[in-house]
Design a protein around this ligand. Structure first.
Ligand code: 6GU
Length: 256
C-alpha cells in the first residue's frame, strides 16, 4: 500500500510514523508513507496556502491551488495512472471512523490524506475527495492527529504487519466485544491476586472465563455493542450468569 499525507505541518505527523509498528510496517515494505508539505506546492514568496473567506467572517480558508497541484504531482509519480486512489479529507464534518472503516481502508492500494486546518478548506477541493472522515465528536486544531489515528488503525490490519504475538484476533472490536482482562507475573502483587482459573492450565475453562469477562465488560461499558453482534447460545448463557439470572433449562449452576 502507498499512503500520501498532505499537510501544512509535516513535523506533526512524521514522529509517530518513525516508531513501533508503523515504522516496522514501512521497513518490511508493506506500506510506503509519504509526507507532503502543502506549502511546497505554492509559488509565491510567502508560500501562501490560505486566504480570507469570501463573504467575510473570521478565520482563514485553505486555498485550492496547492492541493490540486499536490494531487497532480502524486498522480504523475505513480506507475499505473489508471489505478484508483482513495482521497480522504480529514474533517469534523466527515463520517465517523470505526473499525469497519479501518478494515475497508486496509484493503486499498493507495490512500491520500488531506489534513484540513484553519476554519476550513475551499469547497472546490472536494472535487478530488472520495471520502470525508472524522474520528469523533470533538474539535481538533487540524486533521493531522486524526489522519494518524486512521493510518495507525488501518496499517496494523494489513496482512503481515502484525506478528503472531500481536494478533488482531483478540482485539477489542475484532469480535465486536470489548477485550477481556489480562494478567502477567507476579501471581500476587500488593495483595492483588491473578484469577485462579488463569493458573489452572485448563484451556477450555480459561477460554470460557475470558469470553464471560469480555461479555461482562461490554455489558457494563458498551451495552450498545451487544445489540450489533450475533450472540451464541453459550454467550447468552454467560450473560444470564453475569446478570445473576438462573440459566434456562439447567437446574443446577455450574461450579465456579
Ligand atoms: Cl478529522 N479534524 C478536526 N479538525 N477535528 C476533528 C476531526 C478531524 N475528527 C474529530 N475532530
Amino acid at each position: 500500500m502507498r499512503i500520501d499525507i498532505l499537510t501544512l505541518f509535516p513535523n506533526m505527523v512524521k514522529g509517530p510514523l518513525k516508531e513501533s509498528i508503523l515504522k516496522r510496517a514501512q521497513e518490511k515494505g508493506l506500506v510506503k508513507i509519504n509526507v507532503l508539505d502543502i506549502r511546497s506546492f505554492t509559488h509565491d514568496r510567502h508560500r501562501t496556502a490560505d486566504d480570507a473567506p469570501y463573504g467575510g467572517g473570521a478565520g482563514m480558508v485553505l486555498k485550492p491551488e496547492p492541493i490540486f497541484e499536490a494531487m497532480e504531482s502524486i498522480k504523475s509519480k505513480i506507475k499505473n495512472q489508471k489505478s484508483k486512489i482513495k482521497v480522504i479529507l480529514m474533517t469534523p464534518q466527515g463520517k465517523r471512523f470505526d473499525q469497519g472503516m479501518a478494515k475497508g481502508l486496509a484493503r486499498e492500494k493507495h490512500l491520500v490524506f488531506i489534513c484540513g486546518h484553519y476554519e476550513g478548506i475551499d469547497e472546490r477541493i472536494k472535487r478530488m475527495v472520495t471520502d470525508e472522515i472524522s474520528i469523533g465528536d470533538y474539535v481538533l486544531t487540524g486533521g493531522e492527529l486524526a489522519a494518524l489515528v486512521v493510518i495507525d488503525a488501518l496499517v496494523r490490519l494489513i496482512p503481515g504487519v502484525l506478528g503472531k504475538e500481536e494478533s488482531i484476533i483478540c482485539d477489542s472490536f475484532y469480535s465486536g466485544l470489548l477485550d477481556y482482562p489480562h494478567y502477567t507475573r507476579p501471581g500476587k502483587y500488593r495483595g492483588m491476586r491473578v484469577p485462579k482459573v488463569l493458573l489452572s492450565g485448563d484451556h477450555k475453562r480459561i477460554a470460557r472465563w475470558r469470553r464471560k469477562e469480555a461479555l461482562r465488560r461490554t455489558l457494563e461499558r458498551r451495552p450498545d455493542l451487544l445489540k450489533e453482534i450475533k450472540l451464541s447460545n453459550e454467550d447468552k448463557r454467560l450473560l444470564r450468569e453475569i446478570k445473576g439470572l438462573r440459566p434456562r433449562g439447567v437446574s443446577d449452576l455450574e461450579g465456579e
